[in-house]
Design a protein around this ligand. Structure first.
Ligand SMILES: Nc1ncnc2c1ncn2[C@@H]1O[C@H](COP(=O)(O)OP(=O)(O)O)[C@@H](O)[C@H]1O
Ligand SMILES: Cc1cn([C@H]2C[C@H](O)[C@@H](COP(=O)(O)OP(=O)(O)O)O2)c(=O)[nH]c1=O
Length: 241
């Protein structure tokens, strides 16, 4: 029974791809979408923030461009509310995609608020923040919970090199945005992501490095992600794609 204006009608599977900036989320999401679609599974994807596509996304772009001030002067609560409100603005679209496909892959989702904003608080304040943001997003704003959250795990120093290789972003003319330019902060974000993977069964870390510290190729990581999602969904795919 549900009186919610949006609900999940079928048993679509919802995967969120998380990780610090430059960890490969965009690359892997696009490849997963193509692979599962070609394997015959109705697949959709979405990316957060949606920047120019939403009213709130434009303000997120201004925040990341530094137009609202330095990161240390901005408390994570109002910042996280901007991101949460953007997902609320996108709720109809998220449900449309979930109901219209068998698999939805989101490049960043609520987990980005947990890790990127939670990393700026410590101890009890962080624990209370994590509890608050999950209530705000899943209960008050009513966005759906993912079935699986995959964290692409990469040390912050390597991610900084990869961010520098990214194409120019339309919301900032700077090479790095407000979050990306602070390496110590990204070290903390990575730690929160890894803690969340240890604490939650639905969260799974996938290392972007080999055990000896070499970079794994995008294809190797892609194969691990395909296997992970296929086994979690209990799928028997004809894997010619
Ligand atoms: N496994 C990998 N090894 C080396 N470079 C990679 C790998 N995965 C992605 N990249 C490159 O790193 C940069 C950031 O990747 P991207 O997918 O945009 O990350 P994100 O979406 O997490 O910010 C891009 O230039 C991409 O081509
Ligand atoms: C979606 C989301 C992102 N973020 C942060 C993570 C990133 O540092 C930043 C922007 O996302 P990002 O994926 O880095 O955008 P782009 O690849 O175009 O630079 O916003 C949050 O703090 N909370 C959220 O809910």
């Amino acid at each position: 029974m549900s009186s919610a204006p949006f609900e999940r009608l079928n048993l679509s599977y919802f995967v969120a791809i998380e990780g610090i900036d430059g960890s490969g989320k965009g690359t892997q999401t696009a490849a997963l979408h193509e692979y599962f679609q070609q394997s015959g599974l109705g697949t959709s994807s979405i990316t957060f923030p949606r920047y120019g596509e939403t009213l709130i996304g434009r303000q997120i772009g201004r925040f990341l461009d530094g137009q609202f001030g330095e990161l240390q002067h901005l408390h994570p609560i109002p910042i996280s509310m901007m991101y949460a409100a953007e997902r609320f603005e996108s709720r109809e679209l998220i449900f449309e995609k979930l109901n219209g496909s068998e698999l939805l892959i989101s490049d960043r989702y609520v987990g980005s608020n947990f890790a990127h904003q939670g990393a700026r608080l410590q101890g009890t304040e962080r624990a209370e923040f994590l509890e608050w943001i999950q209530k705000l997003e899943y209960e008050v704003f009513g966005v759906p919970r993912p079935n699986l959250v995959v964290v692409l795990d990469l040390p912050a120093e390597i991610s900084a090199e990869r961010v520098a290789m990214k194409n120019a972003r339309h919301y900032t003319e700077q090479v790095t945005d407000l979050h990306e330019s602070d390496c110590d902060y990204l070290v903390g974000v990575r730690e929160v992501y890894l803690e969340l993977c240890e604490q939650n069964e639905a969260w799974q870390a996938v290392s972007c490095l080999t055990p000896s510290g070499e970079a794994r190729s995008p294809e190797e990581i892609q194969n691990e992600l395909r296997e992970l999602i296929t086994s979690r969904m209990n799928l028997q795919l004809d894997s010619k794609a």
